[in-house]
Design a protein around this ligand. Structure first.
Ligand SMILES: *[C@@H]1O[C@H](CO)[C@@H](O)[C@H](O)[C@H]1NC(C)=O
Ligand SMILES: *[C@@H]1O[C@H](CO)[C@@H](O)[C@H](O)[C@H]1NC(C)=O
Ligand SMILES: *[C@@H]1O[C@H](CO)[C@@H](O)[C@H](O)[C@H]1NC(C)=O
Ligand SMILES: *[C@@H]1O[C@H](CO)[C@@H](O)[C@H](O)[C@H]1NC(C)=O
Ligand SMILES: *[C@@H]1O[C@H](CO)[C@@H](O)[C@H](O)[C@H]1NC(C)=O
Ligand SMILES: *[C@@H]1O[C@H](CO)[C@@H](O)[C@H](O)[C@H]1NC(C)=O
Ligand SMILES: *[C@@H]1O[C@H](CO)[C@@H](O)[C@H](O)[C@H]1NC(C)=O
Ligand SMILES: *[C@@H]1O[C@H](CO)[C@@H](O)[C@H](O)[C@H]1NC(C)=O
Ligand SMILES: *[C@@H]1O[C@H](CO)[C@@H](O)[C@H](O)[C@H]1NC(C)=O
Ligand SMILES: *[C@@H]1O[C@H](CO)[C@@H](O)[C@H](O)[C@H]1NC(C)=O
Ligand SMILES: *[C@@H]1O[C@H](CO)[C@@H](O)[C@H](O)[C@H]1NC(C)=O
Ligand SMILES: *[C@@H]1O[C@H](CO)[C@@H](O)[C@H](O)[C@H]1NC(C)=O
Length: 819
């Protein structure tokens, strides 16, 4: 939908907030009223056909697994939207790529077009996903590889800091550089497609895969997505936006339905995908779950309408591994590529829901020839967009057999990426507490290093599959979450190793104990020691691995391996205890945050290969910390207002997003709940002052802020052009050079139905001591708009809009009203 044709630039009011989550929409009622037929029967039929509703039965196709419709019309429903629009591309780059794809496709016969759409099958090829070569037309095939933080399951690569760590840097330049380095490694290894970035929003702190994404705020996730796509694609690899959409928990990810209204969808969960499309992402991965009781990979409203019509996404949609449930229904709803291609992932059985079945379906008219052509065009366009037709390396490793001499060339892909990995890990380290000048460390005479989370991985860094550490027993420091988003470490500096080297330079005496359960030994070495560093952790991952009864999602917010008890015992004998946390998300810190003997708390996130070196840089002041929390750390699990749905009483568990817009800090603010550490919080070794904020309306000529040569969106351009310019000054008033991460939150008029504050701007400024810098940023019409469910449009609410500028979501230093 081209909104520019229906919406003038003037401010229009939205009648209602439209946040009544699970009530059927008017068009749904009308659908039945208009047709003079038994509504329920029709609904049932639609579902069985997989058209719009929960149905996953493509004509003639076996469904895997089957979710029977129980006739309950009160369940949320997804409206039909057909057919799939033909790709056209809005930027010149995309248009050129699509033109090349169309021309090349003329050489392909029908079988060969189908080959492009259908993965060759699990373990049938060197990569986690493979499209077979087609020698007759000279097509070399495609290699698809996990994961979001580096090339998975092979050697001589960098384990980059996970996205949640990058997010904590709040630095677009670092998002870009991390993804560029990572993209270079994918290319060197011969992987065409990077299965990242992942941008599912951390709706609940317990969500197992939150760490693969950029945290709990959609705007931050959107910037993470945008700059990661630009970085990776500039390095020549195709980026994949995932998981589309509402895959925010691991429990029931294959059978649960996420239910939410379209305003919440657009303002929170779709936004990062919009930004990824604007950055020119080649592909999108649809998720395992259902949305409004319709599988995400055959939900025509999500794929045909929101993604391919509203956002005019010109690339291709691939299924998550095994997320396709029917052949015809998915093809017609907008899926373009099935991965890994098997009927049932990853069964190793022959056959596919597409492949030969797609050929038959095209021949008998269930899937239009133009649809098959469009799938193939979209896939080839991604390949041409990145210039992968020109001498792109072939896969030179074997994901399924890492030691096979015939298929593994062990090519070194790491180059000098340790530098950027280390910088991102330092920039993503958040200093939460610092009393009595505990940090930075200044040549301490003696130091105790305590906790399994400080130490090396004693069976080797890659002993446990997909970094799922030892069933939850203490094992070694936590550098990544577990699951398909992990990488094999080619090297790994634990905190202990880096501290030991550094301590030697200062002639600091150092003692250690990595046994969390030998409290007496920890107490012994901490007693009478100048400083005690206690390392604690909490982890989560992807649901196919269960660790200490955590099925991907965490079961609780407490530290693992009795971290709290360890801190309690050490602080009893040492009044200069520094707590370092490695975690996939928020933990309960109430038992130690206010303890006066805990002089500092360092939130180190998930730093990857450079863990120890990056941490030492921060602890000793070689790197002045500036990281900020990309989510809220609450005092109590119930303070978040959201949780994982752990128990099902139906075959299709209903995951109701009843909190609507109120996730994370939005909920804490709405309910006026005091968190332990708020979203956006983090300390520095220096101090910054904010002053002189003012704003002006600017012309719509300058599009550079949103601009990208790759930009491609169905939303009208004017919506994204700068409308307001905000200026303020930042002064480094302390004694250290450093970076300040500033944040800008919008306060909408009450009637708009928004939470009290929503992030709409941030930046990380490098300012040397005693200096002042003028900072400018822009807000577009889109930034100051909310989605109106009634009108299905972005509209600027009536009334005064305020911009709140500060150092965190609760440390507002300047406010200006937009006129
Ligand atoms: C079309 O082909 C599919 C795939 O084999 C088959 O299962 C289905 O029954 C056919 N549909 C029609 C309408 O002939
Ligand atoms: C979700 O909402 C539906 C109504 O749409 C209701 O039937 C169901 O019980 C709710 N599920 C949960 C877990 O709250
Ligand atoms: C899900 O249903 C809600 C209303 O119940 C509606 O606002 C929303 O647009 C639907 N989403 C999809 C993807 O169909
Ligand atoms: C298409 O080309 C392949 C070779 O790539 C060949 O094996 C197949 O028979 C051809 N199919 C048709 C329908 O011409
Ligand atoms: C077609 O799909 C069925 C499952 O519905 C599967 O058993 C069969 O192997 C598929 N055929 C081909 C040629 O892939
Ligand atoms: C650890 O602290 C507990 C109290 O929390 C205490 O009972 C125990 O004796 C302490 N252990 C050591 C070794 O100090
Ligand atoms: C700490 O060391 C001092 C001095 O040696 C000793 O008196 C004290 O008992 C020790 N405390 C503990 C808890 O071991
Ligand atoms: C929370 O989960 C962790 C990991 O499974 C476990 O070690 C810990 O005992 C649990 N905490 C509580 C209070 O149950
Ligand atoms: C703090 O540490 C000192 C030892 O330096 C100890 O005497 C005191 O009890 C500790 N306080 C707390 C709250 O643990
Ligand atoms: C911390 O404990 C040491 C003895 O270990 C003592 O000299 C010092 O005064 C204490 N500092 C504070 C702030 O309590
Ligand atoms: C957390 O909240 C729950 C429910 O409001 C309450 O029962 C519990 O006491 C709280 N826990 C703490 C430590 O405050
Ligand atoms: C709950 O889900 C599990 C699979 O996760 C399934 O085996 C079970 O039958 C479901 N329970 C009900 C009542 O549907």
């Amino acid at each position: 939908m081209k909104l520019s044709t229906v919406l003038p630039l003037a401010v229009l009011a939205c009648a209602g907030s439209g946040l009544a989550v699970l009530s059927p929409e008017p068009d749904y009622q009308q659908l039945f009223a208009e047709r003079d037929v038994d509504a329920a029967a029709q609904f049932l039929e639609r579902r069985q056909q997989g058209i719009g509703g929960a149905g996953q039965n493509g004509p003639g196709y076996q469904t895997v697994p089957s979710v029977p419709f129980n006739g309950d019309d009160s369940l949320p429903y997804s409206p039909p939207f057909y057919p799939t629009p033909q790709t056209k591309g809005t930027s010149q780059k995309w248009k050129d790529a699509i033109g090349k794809a169309r021309e090349y496709l003329q050489q392909f016969n029908q079988t060969e077009k189908v080959i492009l759409t259908t993965g060759s099958g699990w373990e049938r090829g060197p990569c986690v996903g493979n499209i077979s070569p087609i020698p007759r037309v000279g097509f070399p095939g495609l290699c698809l590889m996990d994961g979001p933080a580096g090339v998975r399951g092979t050697d001589r690569v960098t384990s980059f800091p996970d996205a949640i760590t990058a997010a904590a840097s709040f630095d677009r330049d670092l998002f870009y550089k991390r993804a560029h380095a990572l993209g270079e490694e994918f290319k060197t290894k011969g992987a065409n497609i990077w299965l990242g970035p992942m941008m599912n929003v951390a709706r609940t702190p317990l969500g197992g895969r939150n760490w693969e994404g950029f945290g709990a705020d959609p705007y931050l996730n959107g910037e993470g997505s945008y700059y990661s796509v630009l970085g990776a694609q500039d390095a020549g690899v195709q980026a994949t936006l995932k998981h589309y959409i509402n895959n925010e928990q691991e429990h029931f990810r294959n059978e649960g339905s996420s239910n939410l209204d379209s305003r919440t969808e657009r303002e929170i969960y779709l936004h990062p995908f919009l930004r990824g499309v604007q950055a020119g992402a080649a592909s999108v991965m649809c998720s395992y779950n259902l949305v409004n009781n319709s599988w995400a990979c055959q939900n025509s409203e999500l794929l045909n309408n929101r993604l391919k019509t509203e956002l005019e996404f010109p690339g291709y949609v691939m299924s998550d591994w095994g997320a396709q449930h029917a052949g015809v229904a998915s093809a017609n709803a907008g899926l373009d590529m099935t991965m890994p291609g098997d009927v049932l992932c990853c069964s190793l059985q022959e056959g596919s829901l597409w492949g030969g079945n797609l050929t038959t379906a095209v021949n008998n008219g269930s899937v239009a020839t133009t649809r098959l052509d469009d799938m193939a065009t979209r896939i080839l366009a991604g390949w041409f967009l990145l210039g992968q037709d020109q001498g792109y390396p072939k896969a030179n490793f074997n994901f399924f057999d890492k030691k096979d001499p015939a298929t593994n060339q062990h090519v070194d892909a790491t180059a000098d990426h340790d530098k950027i990995a280390r910088e991102v890990a330092s920039a993503g380290t958040v200093l939460l507490k610092n009393r009595r000048n505990a940090l930075p460390l200044n040549k301490p005479g003696s130091m105790a290093v305590i906790g399994s989370d400080a130490g090396p991985l004693y069976q080797g860094a890659n002993y446990w599959p997909d970094r799922a550490q030892n069933g939850g027993l203490p094992y070694g420091t936590l550098g990544q979450g577990w699951g398909s988003g992990s990488t094999d470490y080619s090297y790994f500096f634990s905190p202990y190793e880096a501290l030991q080297s550094r301590a030697r330079k200062d002639r600091t005496g150092i003692a250690w104990n990595f046994d969390d359960f030998n409290l007496a030994q920890s107490v012994m070495i901490a007693n009478m020691t100048d400083v005690a560093l206690v390392f604690v952790s909490a982890e989560s991952g992807e649901g196919y691995i269960t660790l200490d009864r955590n099925e991907g999602d965490r079961n609780n917010l407490t530290l693992w391996n009795q971290g709290e008890q360890l801190i309690r015992n050490v602080t009893a004998v040492n009044n200069n205890t520094i707590v370092i946390v490695h975690s996939t998300g928020a933990v309960d810190m109430e038992s130690f945050a206010e303890n006066p003997n805990v002089t500092a708390i360092v939130w180190a996130n998930l730093p990857g290969s450079e863990s120890g070196r990056a941490l030492v840089d921060v602890l000793y002041g070689d790197y002045n910390p500036s990281g900020r929390l990309p989510y809220t750390i609450g005092k109590n699990r119930t303070d978040y207002g959201t949780d994982v749905l752990y128990y099902n009483d139906t075959v299709t568990p209903q995951i109701n997003y009843t909190e609507a817009l109120n996730i994370d800090y939005r909920y804490f603010d709405t309910k006026n709940i005091e968190p332990r550490y708020e979203f956006g919080f983090g300390l520095s070794y220096t101090k910054f002052a904010y002053s002189g904020a003012w704003t002006q309306q600017v012309g719509s000529a300058d599009n550079s802020w949103w601009g990208s040569a790759n930009a491609s969106t169905g939303l009208p351009e004017w919506l994204f052009q700068p409308k307001y310019e905000v200026t303020f000054s930042l002064t480094n008033a302390g004694d250290w050079d450093g970076h300040e991460v500033w944040q800008a939150y919008l306060e909408f008029p009450r009637s708009a139905g928004e939470p009290p504050k929503v992030l709409r701007g941030f930046g990380r400024e490098k300012i040397s001591k005693y200096n002042t810098k003028e900072v400018k940023f822009h807000l577009s019409q889109y930034d100051v708009s909310t989605w109106c469910n009634d009108k299905q449009q972005w509209l600027q609410p009536e009334g005064k809009l305020k911009v709140l500028i500060g150092a965190s979501s609760r440390d507002i230093r300047q406010a200006v009203v937009l006129n």
